[in-house]
Write a protein that binds this ligand. Structure first.
Ligand SMILES: Nc1ncnc2c1ncn2[C@@H]1O[C@H](COP(=O)(O)OP(=O)(O)OP(=O)(O)O)[C@@H](O)[C@H]1O
Length: 767
C-alpha cells in the first residue's frame, strides 16, 4: 500500500516536473528574446519614434522581469494547481483562463462522474505559452482566486487543489485537497489521483528564521477575501494574534499593485510599529515580485531621515501621544519666535531711508508681531506678511505719506521706499533674527525648559504632566533640539513641521514612458531592475514621497492620536488598509486613539473584516494565552488555533540568580527547536537581559515586551509575567502579546513577584 502510494506521488511529482520544465523552457525563450531585443534596442534607439521606443522598452521589460526574477529570488516559482469542471460560460480572461466560477449544467453526470475541463497552474508571475495558452497564472489574477477560495462547502468548479513544493527548478513534493470528494473525476482518461494531506500544516510546522515568509501557496479563504477586497475607501481588519494580519497586509500590497499598477505608482506605505517588525517583514514583498513602489516604515522613521527606536516610559508616552499636544505645540511654534534660539531677538529696528533714520521701538515691534500672528498660516510662512507689516510700520513712522497727497504719487513713492528698505542689510538681518525660520527640532528643543513648557501647557496639560514632558525631552535633547529622539517624539516633529510650514516640495521624478503604457502585467522600469539604482531609489524615497496612494497600517491598535495624525497626513488622498487587534493594544486610552483614527480617515466608507483562525500558536500555548486575554479583555473571543503539538508550556520558578536561570532556559530551548528563540523581558530589563544571553548566537533574540509585537519565534521564553504586566496600565495586554509569539514551545520563568505555586506556575497564569 505504502509503495503504491509512493509511486502515485512519484508519478504526480514527475508530471508537475514536466510542467515546470515547460515553463522554464518558455521563459528561456523569452529571455533570449529579451537579450536580442536589448541588443537591438541600442542600435535602433536613434531612429525610433517615441511610441515605438516605448513599445520596445515594454517588451524588453517583460522578458527582463522574468529573467531577473527567475535568476534570483524565487524558491518556488510555481506553487499551485487547480483542476476544474467545465464552467457556466466559455469566456476567457486576459490570462487565457476561463473566467466562470460556477460549473456548467451537466458538468457533473448523473452517476457523479465528471471530466476535468481545465487545469490551471498558479505561480508568482503569469507565463503564457507561444500559442497564448496559460502555462502559469499569476496568483493575483482573478482566475487564480478559486485556488484560495474554494472550500468543500463551496467548491465552485474546483475538484482538486494541489500545492506544489519546489526548489529552484526541481519539484520536491505535492499535497492535494479534494474539494468534491463525492465525485469520480477523470483527467485524460484516468481517474484523478489525490496525494498527501495538509499543505497548510506543512507550512505552519516549518522552522522560523529572522525573516517572515510569504504565504502565497497557502492563503486561506477568509484571508483571501481581505487580500482581494476592492481598494476603494478603507478596509479594516481585526483578528487575534497569529491570524495572519501582517501576512495579509503584505499580500494585499502586492495584489493592489498587480490590480492597478498605474494608480499605485503613487506608492504604497506600510506603517509598522517597530524597526524589528520592519526588518522581519521586508523580505516578503520582494519574494512576491514587488518592491519598488512599496515603502515599509516604522513609526519612528516616518519623519524625514529620523530613525527613532527609543521608548518613553508609558506615562510620558501617554502625554506625548495625546491629541492635547496639538494645542501645546501650536503655542510653542509661535512662542519660539521670541526666544532668540539662534540669535538674540532685536528690540529695535533701525533703517536709513528717505534721507534719514527711521526706527521702530520694542512696543511698536510687539504690536506688529501681534498683528502678523493674527493670521492662521504656518509660522514660517508668515514671514512675508511680517516683512510687509514691518515696511508698513516704517512707512507710517517716516511720515512720508503726508508729503504725497496724490494717491498715485504716494503709491509710487511707497513702492520705491519698500524696494530700498527691503534690500538694506540692516533690514534683512533684522528680519532673520526677528522672524527666524524655525525647524521642528528647534521648537522641540525649546520644550526642554520646564518653565517655558509649563507656560505653553497652561490649561492644556496638568502641571505635573508638563514637568514630565520637559524632563523627558531634556533627557535626550540639548536646548537647541539636538540628540536622539524617542518614537513618540517623531510624531511631535511631524506636527511641528505642519505648524511651522512644510519646506518646498522637491521636484518630482520625471515621468517614465513606461508609466504611460497600459495593459501590461508588470510595470517597472529598467532602472528598477538594476540593483544599484533600486538601492538609491529606496534611499531617496523618504524625501521624495510625503503622500501615498495607499496606506497600510499594521498593529493599528497601538497608534497614539498624534501618530494617527502623522500617518493621516501621508494618506490624505489615499485608500487604506488597517489591520489590528484591540486585545494587543499597549495604548491606555483607546477612545482617544479611536477618535484620532476617525479624524485621519475622515468620512471615507469602511469595510470591515475579521480573521478568526490562529495559524501561529499550537493549541496548547494558545489556551494559556487565552487565560490572560480573559483577564485583560473579559468577554473577547480568542482566535481558534488550528494545530496542536502535544507539548504543553513549561513553567519554572527561579531561585537565586535570574540571569543564570534565563540563560540556562534559553540554552535548553535552543536545543529543542531548530529555528529561533525569543526571550521576552520587561522593558526595564532589556539591557540587562542582553548581557545574560551574550554569546548564545544569532538564533536567540532578546526583546523588551513592547518590542515583541508582530514577531514570532519557534520558542519563546517569557521572563516574569508579573514584571511585564505591572510595567504599565495596559500591561496585561502586553503580556498577552508576549505569550502569543511562539510557533512551537513556550517557557515561563517566574520570580518572587510572580508568586509561583509548587509547579512553578505564576499566580497570573493559574486557572
Ligand atoms: N494561510 C497561511 N498559510 C501559512 N502560514 C500562515 C497563513 N496565515 C498565517 N500564517 C503564518 O502564521 C503566522 C502569523 O501570521 P501573522 O504574523 O501575519 O499574524 P498576525 O495576525 O499579524 O499576528 P500578531 O497579531 O500576533 O502580530 C506567520 O508565520 C504566518 O506566516
Amino acid at each position: 500500500m505504502g509503495a503504491q502510494h509512493d509511486s502515485v506521488r512519484d508519478r504526480e511529482i514527475r508530471s508537475e516536473q514536466h510542467h515546470l520544465d515547460q515553463v522554464y523552457r518558455r521563459l528561456e525563450e523569452k529571455i533570449h528574446e529579451a537579450e536580442f531585443l536589448m541588443d537591438d534596442a541600442s542600435k535602433r534607439a536613434q531612429v525610433g519614434t517615441p511610441g515605438a521606443l516605448a513599445e520596445r522598452d515594454a517588451q524588453v521589460f517583460r522578458a527582463g522581469v522574468h529573467l531577473n526574477r527567475l535568476n534570483s529570488e524565487f524558491e518556488d516559482f510555481l506553487f499551485g494547481r487547480i483542476d476544474l469542471l467545465e464552467g457556466k460560460d466559455g469566456k476567457r480572461g486576459p490570462d487565457g483562463a476561463y473566467t466562470s466560477v460556477e460549473p456548467a449544467e451537466g458538468a457533473v453526470r448523473a452517476d457523479n462522474t465528471a471530466g476535468i475541463h481545465e487545469t490551471l497552474h498558479i505561480g508568482r508571475l503569469g507565463v503564457l505559452d507561444a500559442d497564448y495558452s496559460p502555462l502559469v497564472i499569476d496568483w493575483r489574477a482573478p482566475a487564480a482566486a478559486p485556488f484560495y477560495r474554494a472550500t468543500p462547502v463551496a467548491p465552485g468548479r474546483v475538484v482538486r487543489r494541489r500545492v506544489i513544493r519546489s526548489k529552484g527548478r526541481r519539484v520536491l513534493g505535492v499535497e492535494d485537497d479534494l474539494l468534491r470528494p463525492e465525485l469520480t473525476a477523470y483527467l485524460d482518461g484516468a481517474e484523478l489521483p489525490v496525494v498527501g494531506d495538509g499543505a497548510l500544516m506543512a507550512a505552519l510546522g516549518r522552522a522560523r528564521s529572522h525573516s517572515m515568509r510569504d504565504i502565497v501557496s497557502s492563503i486561506q479563504a477568509e484571508q483571501d477575501m481581505v487580500i482581494r477586497a476592492p481598494a476603494a475607501s478603507v478596509t479594516e481588519v481585526e483578528g487575534g494574534p497569529g491570524t495572519g494580519k501582517t501576512a495579509v497586509a503584505l499580500h494585499r500590497a502586492a495584489y493592489l499593485l498587480y490590480q492597478d499598477r498605474r494608480r499605485y505608482a503613487g506608492g504604497i506605505l506600510i506603517v509598522s510599529p517597530t524597526p524589528l517588525l520592519v526588518s522581519y517583514t521586508e523580505g516578503v514583498l520582494p519574494s512576491l515580485g514587488e518592491e519598488g513602489q512599496v515603502a515599509i516604515r516604522a513609526l519612528g522613521s516616518l519623519f524625514e531621515s529620523e530613525q527613532a527606536e527609543a521608548y518613553d516610559e508609558q506615562a510620558v508616552a501617554r502625554i506625548k501621544g495625546s491629541a492635547r499636544m496639538v494645542k501645546l505645540l501650536r503655542k510653542a511654534a509661535r512662542g519660539a519666535l521670541v526666544l532668540g534660539l539662534r540669535t538674540p531677538v532685536p528690540e529695535r529696528l533701525r533703517v536709513v531711508a528717505l534721507g534719514g533714520r527711521i526706527e521702530l521701538d520694542a512696543d511698536e515691534l510687539h504690536e506688529v508681531r501681534q498683528q502678523v500672528l493674527g493670521g492662521t498660516a504656518p509660522v514660517n510662512l508668515m514671514r512675508p506678511r511680517a516683512r510687509k507689516l514691518l515696511l508698513d510700520a516704517l512707512w507710517a513712522k517716516s511720515g512720508a505719506r503726508r508729503h504725497h497727497p496724490d494717491p498715485e504719487l504716494a503709491a509710487e513713492a511707497r513702492a520705491g521706499f519698500d524696494e530700498d528698505v527691503a534690500q538694506e542689510d540692516a533690514f534683512l538681518e533684522f528680519l532673520d533674527a526677528w522672524w527666524p525660520r524655525l525647524t521642528p527640532r528647534e521648537v522641540l528643543g525649546a520644550l526642554t525648559d520646564e518653565q517655558r513648557t509649563a507656560r505653553w501647557a497652561r490649561r492644556v496639560l496638568r502641571p505635573g504632566e508638563a514637568r514630565e514632558l520637559a524632563r523627558s525631552l531634556r533627557e535626550r535633547l540639548t536646548p537647541d533640539g539636538q540628540g536622539p529622539l524617542s518614537v513618540h517624539d517623531v510624531a511631535l516633529l511631524d506636527e511641528l513641521r505642519q505648524l511651522l510650514g512644510a519646506p518646498p516640495r522637491p521636484r518630482v521624478r520625471e515621468a517614465d514612458p513606461l508609466d504611460q503604457l497600459t495593459g501590461l502585467e508588470e510595470l517597472t522600469t529598467a532602472a528598477d531592475r538594476d540593483p544599484g539604482a533600486r538601492a538609491s531609489r529606496a534611499e531617496r524615497t523618504p524625501e521624495e514621497r510625503t503622500e501615498y496612494a495607499h496606506v497600510i497600517v499594521d498593529e493599528a491598535q497601538d497608534l497614539t492620536p498624534m501618530q494617527w495624525r502623522m500617518v493621516g497626513r501621508r494618506g490624505r488622498h489615499a485608500t487604506w488598509t488597517i489591520v489590528g487587534d484591540p486585545a494587543q493594544s499597549s495604548w491606555t486610552d483607546p477612545d482617544e486613539a479611536a477618535e484620532a483614527r476617525d479624524e485621519a480617515l475622515g468620512k471615507r466608507p469602511r469595510r470591515r473584516f475579521e480573521l478568526t483562525v490562529n495559524y501561529r500558536n499550537p493549541a496548547e500555548l494558545a489556551t494559556l494565552a487565552d487565560q490572560v486575554l480573559a483577564l485583560a479583555m473579559p468577554g473577547v473571543a480568542p482566535p481558534r488555533a488550528v494545530r496542536s503539538t502535544g507539548i504543553e508550556p513549561r513553567f519554572t520558578a527561579m531561585a537565586g540568580d535570574t540571569g543564570a536561570a534565563v540563560r540556562a532556559e534559553a540554552e535548553r530551548l535552543l536545543g529543542e527547536v531548530e529555528g529561533t528563540v525569543g526571550v521576552v523581558v520587561a522593558m526595564a530589563r532589556r539591557q540587562e537581559a542582553a548581557g545574560w544571553l551574550a554569546g548564545l548566537g544569532d538564533r536567540v533574540a532578546v526583546l523588551g515586551s513592547l518590542e515583541a509585537k508582530g514577531l514570532e519565534y519557534d520558542a519563546t521564553l517569557v521572563v516574569s509575567p508579573a514584571e511585564i504586566a505591572d510595567e504599565s496600565p495596559a500591561g496585561l495586554r502586553v503580556l498577552y502579546v508576549a505569550l502569543t509569539r511562539s510557533t512551537q514551545r513556550l517557557s515561563v520563568l517566574s520570580g518572587e513577584r510572580d508568586l509561583p505555586d509548587e509547579a512553578g506556575v505564576p499566580d497570573l497564569l493559574r486557572d
